[in-house]
Design a protein around this ligand. Sequence first.
Ligand SMILES: Cc1cc2nc3c(=O)[nH]c(=O)nc-3n(C[C@H](O)[C@H](O)[C@H](O)COP(=O)(O)OP(=O)(O)OC[C@H]3O[C@@H](n4cnc5c(N)ncnc54)[C@H](O)[C@@H]3O)c2cc1C
Length: 505
Amino acid sequence: MLYDVAIVGYGPVGAVLANLLGQAGLSIIVFERDPGVHPLPRAVHFDGEVMRVFQAAGLADSIAAVTRPSIKGMHFINGEGRTLMVRRGREGIGPQGWTSNWYFHQPYLEEALRVGVKRFPNVEVRLRHEVFAIDEKSDHAVLRVENLANGTLGESEARYVVGCDGARSLVRRLIGSTYEDLGLHQPWLVVDMLMKPESARGNALPDYTIQHCDPARPMTECYIGGESPRRRRWEIMLLPGDEPQSMLRPERIWQVLSSRVAPDDAEIERAALYTFHSVVARGWRRGRLMIAGDSAHQTPPFLGQGMCAGVRDAANLAWRLDMVLRGASDSLLDSYESERRPHVHAFIDLAVKLGAVIQETDPVVAEKRDREFAGGEPKMFDFPQPQLGTGVFDRAPPPVGVVFPQPLLPDGRKLDEAIGNRFALIGEAATIAQLASAARARLDVLGAAVIDRPGEEIEAWLAEQGAHALILRPDRYVLGIARNAEELASLCSMLPVPAAARKAA
Ligand SMILES: Cc1cc2nc3c(=O)[nH]c(=O)nc-3n(C[C@H](O)[C@H](O)[C@H](O)COP(=O)(O)OP(=O)(O)OC[C@H]3O[C@@H](n4cnc5c(N)ncnc54)[C@H](O)[C@@H]3O)c2cc1C
């Protein structure tokens, strides 16, 4: 059988992509070398935009059931307990139509994603199967695979292959990508603890994330909560002189964490050593092969954005693959990298800057750093919300090329519920009614949603831009804004309409 897409790697990014492509009705095969979800502690946070991608995959409710909405932000505290900076929290529903931050235990999240994939008979998952080679043909690729359960070798064919195969990606190597190194590479110890419910000290720990910017021992402390009410995470920077393997010993962990927690308060669930990297691959596509997630970029986790970036990759790639497999030009896949690379770069740049604040171990330099933050309130900041790099949107400044908010429509639905996973024309009825029929035909060919009673919030957004309509892409990024029907028609000419449909339209 010739599959539409083969996904190599069934971590969170592969699983999100499998859900999105499965929902689009494409035939998908997923290969994963491990027998189950990765058990070691890794991601704990995702943001409101990522929840919106889960919503697009029809999984918002099942994922909300295993995650905890968080409103309190991330606090950067120095060695004396003074707050230097805060990554702002946010009460209530945020601009993406969901709480802006969520905490979770990664194995539970991955399990919910895999249950989601089971909805689709068109998605086949092969666990304990390792892809060891891929041959490219003119119109498909052949994956050579070992069944690790019995050692047999086999082959599968797919029109496109996406390597969601993590930091040591085979697909990235086959593409021949190089790396841009953003300079941060630091070993850390990561410990998950299960708190004892009777521990008064444990119960007094904060229910928000703290970055302990203490030059004596930089650390991150997170409350997971939700489905894991007893679970807490400590990430501990290794210092010169620490012998990595001995740092994994319980007595050493308790010693390092003695100011926060002791054996009477908690039990150690898992501990693992990681080296945090900051790199972005150059070359996310070659021919039929593409990469997404950690195979394309790695960030130190100080913003909790590594997996989030991979989920954004999946959302950016899913609609392109769907359209190309339905007849749109294959060149639509080229702007995947040009759009996503600068976007993820902005997040990694900020994580590296924060890393320099958190990881300072020279007390003199740390004191100088603290003086810069002295006086007045702590410095507040937000996640970046960058514009995509050059791609499928109008050449205009933000908010074009930026993710659009998700307000409620006058009928009470969230915007995306009304749109589905399609292009959408949104704006004032009068402007939309004047749109030339040829332009309208391009939207119709794509099955675009039309929303001409968008309600006060979107009307105010349009007014702020001096516009009367906008076109949204299926991944909710703004393709363009228009002041009148002529500008709207010009935006429609950018829509990636399949060649056959273009002739018919
Ligand atoms: C300590 C720590 C904290 C973090 N905190 C956060 C956070 O709070 N928020 C956040 O967003 N991110 C965070 N991250 C990053 C996040 O965990 C990763 O970005 C995310 O797991 C990457 O997902 P992925 O699917 O791209 O890759 P992986 O999760 O690495 O999955 C890749 C999969 O591919 C499989 N595979 C590889 N090669 C093959 C092959 N040849 N054949 C078959 N299968 C193959 C592997 O077995 C694996 O299952 C953190 C990371 C660490 C280490």
